[in-house]
Design a protein around this ligand. Structure first.
Ligand code: ATP
Length: 300
């Protein structure tokens, strides 16, 4: 289990991370979110022992981060950090050895992963000759070659087509099942929603929203109602109690309401419309919650 307790990090006078606390249990996928410059990379680097902490503690299974522990971590950085003049095999061996592995074991594991990602033919090719998506696969393999206890994935799906996103997702879910703790960071909220049970949102290094995703959604009272029907008077619908916004899409209308208490008001209005074939009340998306919470904190 990873425990981050009251961690603060200064760069000179600039406080990049401000009294941050969270825990990630074994087999849990945790979202660390925030806009650019919020302090995510700084936090990842402190967890990896690459940066000193100004105050607070970070422990894994009760032990402060040290050199032995970092061998058990995996880190997929947002920026590509591959040695592009090396071949795929040389690259992965290089990182595996840095993580304290034997070459034989690295090559065995590498062969399995190359096969899984259908890129066996690139094993002895220079990384710079690979497409962006295949480079991302190599970077991912590098991060998981040591079967990490804690895996940090910063924008893991960047540059990937939907089929490869699915492949990565399957591996991430498998690692979770095996008990790996995973920290996932992305600006794509739909990906975060798919994976993360718990999350923290940072603004200027400080947590502005944290907890279980289900609970966060429950507590956020605003809802979206998706409606399909004929001939609805949008101007009148906009005036129904609790309606914040009505969005007319190609195939349906989305009504944003301020609280679940207003569902019946919208329902009473819609039931008089012709041919109602859909009336679905949904929680606000994480993207909507993120925009509101982060926006509000920016204005403070
Ligand atoms: P992004 O999403 O853009 O990658 P981030 O959430 O990872 O952003 P950080 O890179 O951790 O944010 O930056 C947090 C703050 O610390 C920013 O104000 C940034 O300017 C500052 N910062 C980051 N690295 C350094 C450094 N090496 N020296 C000084 N200040 C830094």
């Amino acid at each position: 289990m990873l425990k981050v307790e009251h961690v603060t990090k200064y760069y000179g006078e600039n406080k990049a991370v401000d009294d941050l606390s969270f825990t990630v249990k074994d087999g849990e996928i945790f979202g660390l979110l925030g806009v650019n410059g919020a302090g995510k990379t700084t936090t990842f680097r402190m967890i990896n022992g690459l940066l000193d902490i100004s105050s607070g503690t970070i422990t894994i299974d009760g032990q402060p981060i040290n050199y032995d522990l970092t061998n058990k971590l995996g880190f997929l950085t947002e920026e590509r950090s591959l040695l592009t003049k090396l071949t795929v095999k040389e690259q992965v061996i290089f990182y595996g050895i840095l993580k304290g592995m034997e070459e034989k074991e690295i090559v065995e594991k590498l062969d399995e992963w190359l096969n899984y990602f259908h890129i066996t033919e690139y094993k002895d090719r220079k990384i710079k000759e690979l497409s962006k998506g295949n480079q991302q696969k190599v970077q991912f393999i590098t991060a998981i070659i040591n079967e990490p206890k804690l895996l940090i994935l910063d924008e893991p799906f960047s540059g990937l087509d939907p089929i490869n996103v699915q492949m990565f997702m399957d591996v991430i879910k498998k690692l979770k099942k095996q008990g790996t703790s995973i920290i996932f960071s992305s600006h794509r909220m739909e990906h975060v929603e798919m994976f993360c049970e718990k999350l923290v949102v940072l603004v200027k290094g400080k947590s502005v929203l944290s907890g279980e995703l289900k609970q966060i959604k429950k507590e956020y009272r605003k809802k979206n109602i998706h409606i399909v029907c004929d001939e609805v008077d949008i101007t009148k619908l906009q005036k129904v109690s609790g309606v914040l916004e009505v969005i007319q899409n190609e195939n349906e209308i989305v009504v944003k309401i301020s609280s679940d208490e207003n569902v019946s008001d919208v329902f009473d209005f819609i039931k008089n419309c012709k041919n109602v074939t859909k009336f679905a009340v949904e929680d606000a998306t994480l993207n909507e919650i993120f925009l509101e919470k982060v926006g509000a904190s920016y204005e403070e």
